[in-house]
Each structure stands twice: as structure tokens, then as C-alpha cells.
Write a protein that binds this ligand. Structure first.
Ligand code: LER
Ligand code: MN
Length: 273
């Protein structure tokens, strides 16, 4: 398994609460490498405003992979979501998803994550669920053509009303019905919504759909700063043969660098036991 840190890309002006590391993009990459990360998950809003050549050069200089492109900052910054009740905002979100897929291909990321960016079923038309499935099926075609995959993230009930658990994620995937659309699990949300630690990871792995993992303790602090037993989580992931990224998406407390370093120290020790 590999370790990654969520960072916001330079065009995102607002401070994303669950993005780590401080400084310029180059400084973030240098710190990520010095703290022992294998990759970065890029939270991006507007790829057109980024110098892709510069970003890939910085990542190569510090020998960092791009674990994923995160869509979470789009809703936060622009308010656009795939199920937005305003048709033009929803259409803009869909176009933005296409841009994030293109960006993923250009920076060598194999995955685009879809969490809160999907929006809420309750605020959209009655056919919201089917509409979201159709949007993701079509985005899945675009992604597949570029060698990229999409991962829907079950989120806790306070943040989403469509797909809160791994099981609900698998049911929804059956409706999307696309080989390039899978799931990711975030320990912070698993801790709130699931009945056990084993079943959700095991079920998704058996279905061939566990494509990414987010890390955050029960209080969304770095692993080890709350009550989740990350040793147990690592044992389960080893046991099921998960070999992908564990990507820290957690509150930048007490500051964005300390949170990153604390996470990597704790998780590296668990991975190397
Ligand atoms: C997205 O990955 C996520 O976990 C949300 O809770 C965003 O904060
Ligand atoms: Mn997450």
C-alpha cells in the first residue's frame, strides 16, 4: 500500500479544510516527499488555470505519484454539483467533471473521486438517482477512453443523501453499470455509517471495486489522534490484498504540515510492522 496526502492545487484560492501542507505547490511536494509520502491527491477546481507542465515537473522532481484527482473543492468553491437543482449549475458541474477527467489523464492520475460533488437527491428532481447514474455512465465512457477511472465515495448521512455505505455504493454501481466506475472508502465516513470494519472493505474488494481509500480518524484528525484502530484497518486491507493508496484527507490541525507529518509517521509505522 502507498501513502498519499490530499493537497489543493494552486488555482484554488479558498482554504479547503481537509487539504494538507502549506506553501507553494513546489514546497508542498518537497514536504510530502520529506515526510515520506508516495503520492499526492490533487483537489482541483479549474484545471484550465493550471500549468500542467509545471505541476508534472514538480511531481517528477520529488518522485511523487498522483494518487487521484479530488472533486471535493468544486462544490465548495463554485457551489456546482452534479445534482444541482439549477439545470445550468448541474450542466456546469458535469462539464467540470469532464475537465477533471482530462486533467487526471494529463498528470498521470488513474482516478477521479466523487464525494460531495454529486450533490443531493432531495434537492433535485424525483429522477435524481437515475440522472446521476446516467451522468456517471457517460463520464465513465470519457474516463475509460483516457485510461482514467471514477470512484464514488460513500459519505456520512450529514453530508450526502445518496450512497452512505459500501453496500449502498455497490447497489448504485449496479445502476451505473460501467466498468470504469467504482468506489472509494473513507475511514471517517466508514466509522459513522458502517456496522463493522471488515465487511465494507471486504465486500468492495470482492466485487473488484475498492479503488481508493481516504484516511481520517473519527474526529477527522490524523490517524492516531482519535479512536479508530488504524492497525486493524491496515490488517484488514493487507488481508484482502488491497495494494492501492491510503490518502490522508483530514482536518489540517494543529496546522497543515504537522497534520501531514503526524499522519505519515503513524501510518508508515503500521504499514511496516
Ligand atoms: C470527500 O472525500 C469527503 O470525504 C467529504 O467529507 C469532504 O469533506
Ligand atoms: Mn473522503
Amino acid at each position: 500500500m502507498k501513502l498519499s496526502l490530499v493537497v489543493q492545487t494552486p488555482e484554488v484560492e479558498a482554504c479547503v479544510p481537509v487539504a494538507l501542507l502549506s506553501g507553494t505547490f513546489s514546497e508542498k511536494a518537497a514536504k510530502a516527499r520529506a515526510f515520506g509520502a508516495d503520492g499526492l491527491e490533487l483537489m482541483t477546481v479549474d484545471p484550465a488555470r493550471l500549468d500542467v507542465g509545471e505541476i508534472t515537473a514538480i511531481l517528477a522532481e520529488h518522485d511523487l505519484e498522483v494518487a487521484a484527482i479530488g472533486s471535493g473543492a468544486v462544490a465548495m468553491v463554485s457551489g456546482q454539483t452534479l445534482l444541482h437543482p439549477d439545470a445550468s449549475a448541474a450542466a456546469q458541474a458535469e462539464a467540470r467533471l469532464g475537465e477533471l477527467i482530462g486533467f487526471a489523464e494529463r498528470v498521470g492520475a488513474g482516478l477521479v473521486t466523487i464525494g460531495g460533488f454529486r450533490g443531493r437527491q432531495a434537492s433535485a428532481a424525483p429522477d435524481a438517482r437515475a440522472r446521476l447514474a446516467a451522468i456517471l455512465r457517460s463520464a465513465g465512457d470519457h474516463a475509460a477512453a483516457l485510461g482514467v477511472r471514477l470512484a464514488i465515495e460513500p459519505l456520512n448521512r450529514y453530508e450526502a443523501d445518496l450512497v452512505n455505505t459500501a453496500e449502498q455504493g455497490l447497489s448504485f454501481l449496479a445502476e451505473v453499470d460501467h466498468p470504469s466506475v467504482g468506489l472509494l472508502l473513507d475511514t471517517f465516513h466508514v466509522n459513522i455509517e458502517e456496522r463493522s470494519w471488515d465487511a465494507p472493505f471486504r465486500q468492495l474488494m470482492q466485487a473488484g471495486r475498492l479503488w481508493h481509500v481516504h484516511l481520517g480518524d473519527n474526529n477527522r484528525l490524523p490517524p492516531g489522534e482519535g479512536m479508530i484502530d488504524f492497525g486493524r484497518v491496515v490488517d484488514i486491507l493487507h488481508d484482502i490484498g488491497y495494494a492501492g493508496f491510503l490518502s490522508a484527507e483530514l482536518l489540517a490541525l494543529p496546522d497543515p504540515d504537522t497534520a501531514a507529518q503526524t499522519t505519515l509517521t503513524h501510518m508508515r509505522a503500521l504499514l511496516e510492522r
